[in-house]
Design a protein around this ligand. Structure first.
Ligand code: GLY
Length: 351
């Protein structure tokens, strides 16, 4: 088992290994020494697989356990579910010394984290991510949110968990397509700063070494979060492939998954960079090969003008320039500020 410490406004550990869920009760007791109640928040798919085991472990550690189950899918991450969860916690007389456990993928982690941030002005919580994407990205770093009708993640808070427990064994129950989604974020970490991680994914494909890959990804995310907890500076490097990725995801009406969208974003930016001499052609080809090795797409079927329009409305736009994260080589990226009137030409080179 690997333990990665995240020392920000709160210091907590991310535990990564096979069978870590078995020790959950003890970890929960460490996080909430005087806690009497534990509320497990999950979705119907994940709860059917793992909630009973998690609850047994919590009960053995002396917690009285309650459970709130959401229908699976991003559509549950809304204001109405959020208020239902808060009412549920109040109805169960949860106090500030008690504990919330977010058991699920990114949707569950985001909404349960936001409930933890706001219920009684903040209650302890543990993230138990059950998808690769949530393990390597959303469970670490304290971003919590719900969606509003006007857009994704528009209401939220920075609120760090008290622990993150990643059990590599739960990935066995993950459908291959959802596993691939997380792989796009892992490749991103490789391109940002870990050549060995990138090459491991390229060579192993979906047969990657779970503990190695999750711990190297989390270590990199930790470094960015520690350097810039509130996402006002260097943490934006984590947006490699995301500005264009978000545009294609939105154009598909979220029919194209986040991971596939980010994969297209990274490949397109890499091709554009090779055209401009920012990275070599070999580098762009290697990035595309890594993406393809994981069965992820490298091109979008959307038109350049539609993508450009959405990119220009992205919140990462900074007045008259758009900050795009660009690869210089595998393991080294930088920020390129592109004047908005030149963005179309830049992206065209990658189409
Ligand atoms: N998902 C990117 C971040 O946490 O900043």
């Amino acid at each position: 088992m690997k333990t990665i410490e995240v020392a920000v406004s709160k210091t907590y550990n991310v535990l990564i290994g096979s069978g870590t869920l078995a020790g959950l009760g003890e970890i929960a007791r460490g996080a909430a020494p005087r806690g009497e109640r534990a509320a497990v928040i999950s979705d119907d798919t994940v709860a059917a697989l793992y909630a009973a085991g998690v609850e047994e472990s919590l009960e053995k550690a002396g917690f009285s356990v309650v459970r709130f189950t959401l229908p699976h899918g991003e559509q549950s991450k809304n204001g109405s579910s959020y208020l239902q969860i808060l009412d549920f916690l109040a109805g169960k007389h949860m106090s500030r010394s008690d504990l919330i456990l977010a058991l699920g993928g990114g949707m569950v982690g985001d909404i349960a984290g936001f409930c933890a941030a706001t219920y009684m002005r903040g209650i302890k919580y543990i993230q138990i991510p059950t998808t690769l994407l949530a393990m390597v990205d959303s469970s670490v770093g304290g971003k919590t949110a719900i969606d509003l009708p006007a857009g994704k993640n528009l209401a939220g808070a920075f609120y760090q968990p008290d622990a993150v427990v990643c059990d590599c064994d739960v990935l066995r129950s993950l459908p291959e397509d959802i596993l691939r989604d997380g792989c796009a974020e892992v490749l991103k970490y490789g391109i940002l700063g870990d050549v060995e991680l990138f090459r491991h994914m390229r060579v192993k494909g979906l047969e990657f070494d779970r503990e190695f890959v999750i711990s190297r990804s989390v270590a990199m995310k930790r470094d960015y979060v520690c350097a810039d907890e509130r996402d006002t500076g260097v943490r934006r490097m984590l947006n490699l492939g995301h500005t264009l990725g978000h545009a294609v995801e939105k154009l598909s009406n979220f029919g194209l998954s986040h991971g596939k969208s980010v994969a297209i974003g990274m490949a397109t930016v890499a091709r554009a960079c090779a055209e401009r001499g920012i990275c070599s052609r070999d580098c762009a080809e290697e990035i595309e090969a890594g993406i393809k090795a994981l069965g992820l797409p490298t091109v979008s079927g959307e038109s350049l003008s539609a993508i450009e329009e959405i990119m220009l409305s992205d919140k990462k736009r900074n007045g008259s320039v758009m900050s795009v994260i660009v690869p210089e080589k595998i393991g080294k990226c930088s920020v390129l500020d592109i004047p908005v009137e030149e963005l179309g030409d830049f992206m065209k080179a990658g189409f």
